[in-house]
Design a protein around this ligand. Structure first.
Ligand code: ADP
Ligand code: MG
Length: 310
């Protein structure tokens, strides 16, 4: 449904997106995840034909986004980061206007506006002025706008940004419901969001793709890499160096706690475990040990690991 090939965008002196390639299959819900400034909006604006790339190409349902932009755009429902709504229009009137702008004839307009008002839970506010709506309802109007021409693909830029937890849940449920019959690419800087909604995640940072996988595989990968934490009553340097000498230990980071104990984070080779050997080492030195566990990686760890600025 989406094929991106070596897409690059340079602003005056800043490269916002560097040589990224990825694809999204029909029917997928893909999370486009990255910290603020990572290049998410820039990428989505290129995919939706609003921003010409510096180099590279993208196809939507087989149509080149620039050479066949009319056909490509017809396939896309785009909800931009800050939905530009006409404040002084009423909800239904606005959606009719948008439908006509997108080339729907009168009967299609009437039919589709009725459908999206219902789908997006906007019937009760259809006669209200947009400026009087809450942020949650405005987001729904943005979503209804994206859906009005009945596109196959939804591209949503941070759709839950600025909403309260209840509104977030409602928008998320709505997106999940839409995902039954649409392909969805949704950008966010909130991890939790993709874990709950997306079948696959593309992690972008500093304009580059850092990883693409299912949330489960990403955390699994991290888990296999292995990290152990222990708290031991011993001089930090001595404990760190003794543990570092153990087989399969790659790195040890000691930290002295307020109560005089030492906490050590221990990175080990993939598929190995050093807990038993650490316990034995502590016993040999007569170092009291009060905690020893394998760190269970979350998607957040993966994200932090991949987007860390060291
Ligand atoms: N019109 C622009 N001119 C210059 N730099 C820009 C422009 N738009 C975005 N940028 C820069 O490009 C980078 C990526 O921005 P953006 O795509 O908005 O990231 P995200 O949506 O992931 O937060 C940022 O460093 C941002 O400052
Ligand atoms: Mg953005």
């Amino acid at each position: 449904m989406i094929e991106v090939h070596q897409l690059t965008k340079r602003y005056a002196r800043h490269t916002a997106v560097r040589d990224i390639s990825f694809s999204v299959e029909r029917g997928e819900i893909v999370g486009f995840l990255g910290p603020n400034g990572a290049g998410k909006t820039t990428t989505l604006r290129m995919l939706t034909g609003y921003l010409p790339p510096t180099s590279g190409s993208a196809r939507i349902a087989g149509f080149d986004i620039f050479r066949q932009s009319i056909e490509a755009r017809r396939k896309i429902g785009y909800m931009p980061e800050n939905v530009p709504l006409y404040e002084d229009m009423r909800v239904r009137e606005y959606l009719k206007f948008r439908a006509q702008l997108k080339g729907l004839d009168r009967s299609a307009t009437r039919r589709r506006v009725g459908t999206v008002l219902e789908t997006c839970g906007l019937e009760s506010v259809r006669r209200k002025m947009i400026k009087t709506l809450s942020k949650g309802f405005r987001q729904r109007v943005g979503l209804a706008d994206a859906l009005v021409h009945d596109p196959e693909l939804l591209i949503l830029d941070e759709p839950t940004n600025g909403l309260d937890p209840n509104q977030i849940r409602q928008i998320r449920d709505l997106i999940r419901q839409l995902a039954d019959s649409h392909t969805v690419l949704i950008s966010t800087h909130i991890l939790h969001e993709v874990e709950m909604t997306c079948g696959r995640v593309i992690i972008i940072d500093n304009g580059k793709i850092k990883a693409t996988d299912t949330p489960a595989n990403l955390t699994q990968q991290m888990r296999a890499a292995g990290r152990i934490q222990c708290e031991i009553h011993a001089p930090a340097d001595a404990a760190a160096s003794a543990i570092h000498d153990l087989e399969h230990v790659k790195k040890v980071a000691p930290e002295t706690l307020d109560d005089g104990w030492t906490r050590l984070t221990v990175w080990v080779d993939s598929g190995t475990d050093a807990r038993e050997r650490i316990a034995r080492l502590a016993a040999q030195h007569d170092w009291p040990l009060r905690a020893l566990f394998r760190h269970v990686a979350t998607l957040e760890d993966v994200f932090v690991e991949l987007t860390r600025k060291d």
